[in-house]
Design a protein around this ligand. Structure first.
Ligand code: ADP
Length: 348
């Protein structure tokens, strides 16, 4: 059951800029596809268009090859989970999970059996009699998943499902969703602004910015070959250096990056350098060739197991380098020190 979106546009006010602008993508069958982007990028609107909760001005939505663009939400047979649990507070967990089945007037025994199955699937067998108010945030969200899955949806649409939870529960539920997906194999679309979440649990990523698709591909494509400075900095906080092509390399001041640029000799290009792709060394090793280059440590900031080093290159460019704490302690540098910086990988 793949999801295909063709040239979708949704404008909330006439003449205003569209929330979703000419978006096309393909969410492959059986995979988790993330819609990733900053707040306001149009991710939720896109998901709501696919669910049938919004109507597009232009474009089509195909689920499993069937054009659903003009079908109401009940006829699309999609499971939806939102950030705010949207559970019925006056109903028990069992009644919440049974809701969609009762709406569809399924026989009582079948409903009960399906609810039991769903409670087992989300590992809440013991809590069927409780009300949502008696559950933790993570448990409530698992009930929301059980309710969405009970109707045997063709696809699962998730809008920041872990957004309201604290970091630890979020990480637990991420693992849980991964396992759930392995056991159901459902085509899943996940809206998230968290690049770590997208890279960790999805097989396909659609990066959105200003209502448009900035890039789509596998997590590796997005991370290793960002299509624009926006994608490079949004995913993994790459340093963006402006340089030009010189003898098959990218020259940034005196730094020559060994990346094969597609551009012609002399042309201006952006090079992207990940914070963990720069190796710092204290000693001046009189290196041959253009790299390593010398830089000055401008600022140090400790972040958990890492130290962020803000380096000033001779070109005047600033580069943020991320050094594991143990490596940093061995390096023994302080602010104002000169260091050698060996750029291990860069992309253009
Ligand atoms: P995201 O999910 O990426 O944060 P949204 O899809 O929620 O982005 O919003 C995209 C844009 O559309 C924003 O500028 C938002 O203000 C606007 N928007 C979303 N829903 C509505 C609505 N119901 N009415 C008017 N504008 C809306």
């Amino acid at each position: 059951m793949s999801i295909i979106v063709e040239q979708l546009t949704r404008r909330f006010s006439p003449g205003g800029s569209p929330a979703v602008a000419d978006v096309s993508f393909h969410a492959p069958k059986g995979a988790i596809t993330s819609l990733l982007g900053p707040s306001g990028a149009g991710k939720s609107t896109l998901l709501r268009l696919i669910a049938g909760l919004e109507v597009p001005d232009v474009g089509r939505v195909l689920i499993d090859g069937v054009d659903c663009t003009s079908l109401p939400v009940q006829q699309r047979n999609v499971g939806v989970v939102f950030q705010s649990y949207a559970l019925f507070r006056h109903m028990t967990v069992r009644e919440n999970i049974a809701f969609g089945l009762n709406v569809r007037k399924q026989p009582r025994e079948e409903v009960e059996a399906r609810v039991d199955e769903m409670l087992r699937l989300v590992q809440l067998e013991a809590l069927g009699g409780r009300h949502p108010g008696q559950l933790s945030g993570g448990q409530r969200q698992r009930v929301a998943f059980a309710r969405a899955l009970a109707i045997r949806p063709r696809v699962l649409l998730l809008d920041e499902p872990f957004g309201a939870l604290d970091t630890r529960v979020r990480e637990e539920l991420r693992e849980w969703l991964h396992a759930l997906h392995e056991s159901t194999g459902l085509t899943t679309l996940l809206v998230t602004h968290d690049q770590q979440e997208a890279l960790e649990i999805s097989q396909h990523v659609v990066v959105m910015s200003d209502g448009r698709v900035a890039q789509s591909g596998s997590p590796e494509d997005i991370y290793d070959r960002p299509a624009s400075p926006f994608v490079a900095s949004f995913i993994g906080g790459a340093n963006i250096l402006r340089g030009h092509v010189q003898e098959g390399r990218v020259a940034v001041g005196s730094l020559a990056l060994a990346v094969p640029p597609a551009a012609r000799e002399g042309e201006a290009v952006h090079a992207f350098v990940r914070p963990h792709d720069v190796k710092l060394a204290r000693m001046v090793v009189g290196g041959r060739g253009p790299s390593p280059v010398l830089g000055t440590v401008e600022r140090l900031k400790s972040v958990g197991g890492f130290v962020k080093v803000l380096l000033r290159l001779p070109s005047g460019d600033e580069v943020t380098v991320q050094v594991p704490r143990t490596e940093f302690d061995e390096l023994g540098v302080t602010e104002g020190d000169a260091v050698h910086a060996d750029v291990r990988t860069a992309t253009v």
